[in-house]
Unconditional design. Structure first.
Length: 482
């Protein structure tokens, strides 16, 4: 069974807490045990202060440990005299026979009676090389030692072997109580983490669930879906990106719908005229006169131009529009297009003037045929829309390795609200304008694609003469010639 992300986050949080609490429990237990044993050893070292003084006096008077080496009887009598409280319930040791000093060598292991587990049974006298003089020396790393100093020189050590286990009821009870306390704290911490984990996971997952639901709506075609941004973290940023994606998809959907409607309208208008004219000729209402045939031909040309523009635009969008680039003189191309349009402008009584301040050695890395198409489209637009007795001014100059070409015409102008949309496909500032006068609204879109393919930019602003000004920015060639 697959768990959802809420339970996965909860389990991850609980697992992390369990590992942390378990590790802390083990560490605290070990630290407490070590600290408690060190405390016991420090207390035991305080209890043998009198014995330390007694041993230092013996060495000071005799100058060696010879009399103490292996003399267990003297060792025990010394304990009874200096530390009587440890022998209250024990019988006195037997006296050795006359002439005997007791056993000469200590046993290999401490006695098995209760004294062996007490402080007395764990005391060891060591010489300055830490070799046993009397008593069992375990050699443990945790053994506690009190130096024996005579005249500023360490002459031996009084060592206390560590307890293998605690034998004091109070100490054992205290250790067990502390262990139970540590365990209860660990369990309470884990339960508290469990109580926090589920609500916290739900809080963390809530924006993700919103994103999931909104994404489901988006995939079903509801592009108006938006998410309320409540956080300023990565999930908030993801929600903001989702809203931008939804807005883009909504705008693209509107553009697609408008595109389809505009294409249908552009195709329907000339087809309706063609159908009406042909049916009228078939019914004998109209004759197949040259004028009627001219109308049919113009509509066919209009359809042909629209289809060609759509095809060329689709090639440009797909990156399949061919470009044969080379270093060419921009001013030569522009001057040639201007010369081609002088007669059409004269026929419409529009004054065409140019101020070309670009020298012929200013080259651009471009496709000459596409630049011809670019300038021809722009001049065609101006010729089509500019009123008679108007004018068109073309200027070209160079600024900071960039060629700037401007085309400014006279009235009629374009409303400020329409200017940002001029380069959109099938958009025309005056929707009531006849298709006979205006084109299909694809010319400026094609121009923009051509300029973009040459790493340039194109923009539109109101002209000072009451019309429209188109500005083109093309980078000059910086290619090295060999």
């Amino acid at each position: 069974m697959s768990l959802n992300i809420r339970y996965k986050l909860s389990l991850a949080f609980l697992l992390t807490t369990a590992i942390t609490v378990g590790g802390m429990f083990v560490f605290f237990q070990w630290s407490f045990d070590q600290g408690f044993m060190n405390y016991i050893q420090s207390q035991e070292l305080r209890e043998v202060d009198d014995l330390v003084e007694e041993l230092q006096d013996i060495y000071a008077s005799e100058g060696s440990w010879k009399s103490m080496r292996g003399n267990s009887m003297r060792w025990q009598r010394m304990h009874r005299r200096v530390m009587p409280s440890y022998f209250e319930n024990l019988p006195p040791p037997p006296f050795p026979p006359p002439g005997m000093r007791g056993p000469r060598h200590p046993p290999e292991h401490p006695p098995e009676h209760s004294v062996g587990k007490s402080l007395i049974g764990r005391l060891v006298l060591l010489d300055k090389e830490k070799r046993s003089v009397i008593g069992y020396y375990s050699g443990s790393e945790n053994i506690a030692m009190q130096p024996l100093v005579v005249n500023g020189e360490t002459v031996g050590y009084l060592a206390i072997n560590p307890l293998p286990v605690l034998d004091d009821d109070l100490a054992v009870g205290f250790v067990k109580e502390q262990s139970r306390t540590f365990a209860l704290i660990s369990i309470a911490t884990f339960i508290l983490a469990l109580a926090i984990a589920l609500p916290l996971a739900w809080q963390l997952v809530r924006p993700i669930r919103k994103l999931t639901e909104a994404t489901s709506q988006l995939t079903s075609g509801n592009f108006k879906t938006r998410i309320d941004i409540e956080q300023r973290d990565e999930l908030g940023q993801l929600s903001a990106d989702f809203n931008r994606l939804a807005a883009t998809l909504e705008a693209n959907e509107h553009a697609r719908n408008r595109w389809m409607a505009d294409i249908s309208h552009e195709l329907r208008t000339p087809l309706a005229v063609l159908k009406g004219q042909i049916e009228a000729i078939q019914d004998g209402v109209r004759s197949a006169s040259p004028e009627n045939l001219r109308i049919l031909h113009s509509k066919i040309q209009q359809l042909s131009r629209l289809i060609d523009d759509l095809y060329e635009l689709s090639l440009s969008d797909a990156g399949a529009l061919s470009y044969c680039k080379s270093d060419i003189s921009l001013v030569k191309v522009l001057r040639g297009v201007i010369e081609d349009f002088e007669i059409p402008f004269d026929q419409k009584n529009i004054h065409l003037s140019s101020d070309l301040q670009l020298s012929e050695d200013k080259l651009v890395y471009a496709d000459e045929a596409r630049l011809n198409q670019l300038f021809s489209n722009l001049l065609t637009n101006s010729l089509r829309y500019t009123d008679s007795d108007g004018q068109l001014k073309i200027a070209a100059r160079c600024e900071a390795r960039t060629a700037i070409i401007t085309l400014a015409d006279s009235a009629p102008g374009v409303a400020s609200a329409d200017i940002p949309h001029l380069f959109e496909r099938l958009y025309r500032a005056d929707s009531s304008r006849s298709r006979e006068t205006g084109g299909a609204g694809l010319g400026l879109s094609i121009c923009q694609n051509i300029v973009t393919a040459h790493e340039g930019s194109i923009s539109a602003t109101p002209s000072t003469m009451g019309g429209l000004e188109i500005s083109i920015f093309l980078p000059l060639s910086q290619r090295i010639k060999w």
